[in-house]
Design a protein around this ligand. Structure first.
Ligand SMILES: Nc1ncnc2c1ncn2[C@@H]1O[C@H](COP(=O)(O)OP(=O)(O)O)[C@@H](O)[C@H]1O
Ligand SMILES: [Mg+2]
Length: 286
């Protein structure tokens, strides 16, 4: 296992004031309760979750459908308000931030990779990748340069001018990863990032995430159904029915080949309105 406490983010300095008692945590959550109220009934999707992630760690969150994995990700990244408990990101208590500050924090410090690629079909790969930079005010020339660099990191520099429809499912997910990386985030959240890929592409994407973690010290939290992905992470956190029920450290050997546990669809280009909405939710596009 790597010593995540010594990893420095590639020239990145000046993280926001970390609470002195927890400088090593990228994310720390205690007693998180999340209730959804629909009409007269209340559903407790998270029932007092404690969860922490060290800087440079790659953590899988696993558990049955409906157990609260996506809810946890949304609460930890500040996309959703929590009902009770506390969440610190890089030592900053999310409750002390306004909605605007949380949105800014996502745009500056976080990347997101989802099962469906959420790429705008009318934009080329490089244009899709530069979106989070443009919405956070980076000049177009610099945004384009950094987007090309991010595409290079994921091995797609030759495909920069191609639209999603001209790319394979695995290539599209690489574009999504490039977009998640382009703002040089402190943490990347993945919600079933390999869920729509066949096993070969899923293995590629897992290897890419693993490389980014090892080579760039990127912190990743990955919700996954895929035991192969879990086995490729430093730690697996198990959830059930709104609670964390256990955790384990895989041996380090991983791979998806032959497990046959990934899903088969590659039809992941999203409708523009949904993608635009998602971009707004994540990065506060005006
Ligand atoms: N916006 C919402 N409103 C009401 N209930 C929700 C909402 N989002 C999720 N839930 C419920 O919360 C529970 C956890 O959902 P979710 O976090 O999506 O699970 P998972 O990602 O593990 O499949 C489920 O019972 C789900 O129906
Ligand atoms: Mg989910």
């Amino acid at each position: 296992m790597q010593n995540h406490l010594t990893i420095d983010r590639n020239g990145q300095t000046g993280s926001p004031a970390a609470a002195p008692d927890q400088p090593e945590y990228m994310v720390r959550a205690t007693g998180v309760v999340k209730e959804y109220r629909t009409g007269t009934s209340t559903l407790q999707a998270l029932k007092g979750v404690d969860f922490s992630v060290a800087r440079g760690e790659m953590v899988a969150v696993m558990g049955p459908s409906g157990c609260g994995k996506t809810t946890l990700l949304n609460c930890l990244s500040g996309l959703d308000d929590i009902t009770e408990g506390q969440v610190w990101l890089e030592g900053v208590d999310l409750a002390t931030l306004s909605d605007k500050q949380r949105t800014e924090s996502r745009a500056r410090r976080m990347g997101f990779i989802f099962q469906v690629y959420n790429l705008l079909p009318v934009l080329s790969a490089v244009e899709n990748v530069e979106l989070p930079l443009l919405v956070s005010g980076v000049k177009s020339r610099e945004a384009r340069d950094r987007s090309r660099e991010a595409l290079k990191t994921v091995g797609l520099e030759r495909w920069a001018g191609h639209r999603p429809a001209e790319l394979s499912g695995g290539q599209r997910q690489r574009v999504t990863i490039a977009r998640a990386l382009v703002n040089n985030p402190a943490i990347v959240w993945g919600d079933e990032p390999t869920g729509a890929l066949d096993s070969t592409n899923a293995t590629d994407i897992l290897n890419l995430m693993r490389d980014l973690n090892r080579d760039h010290g990127l912190t990743l939290v990955i919700v996954t159904h895929d035991p192969g992905v879990g086995a490729g992470c430093d730690r697996i956190v198990r959830m059930r029915d709104g609670e964390v029920v256990g955790e384990e450290r895989p041996s380090g050997e991983f791979g998806l080949d032959g497990l046959g546990l990934t899903h088969g669809t590659e039809d992941g280009v999203q409708m523009p309105s949904r993608t635009a909405q998602l971009t707004r939710e994540l990065y506060g596009q005006s």
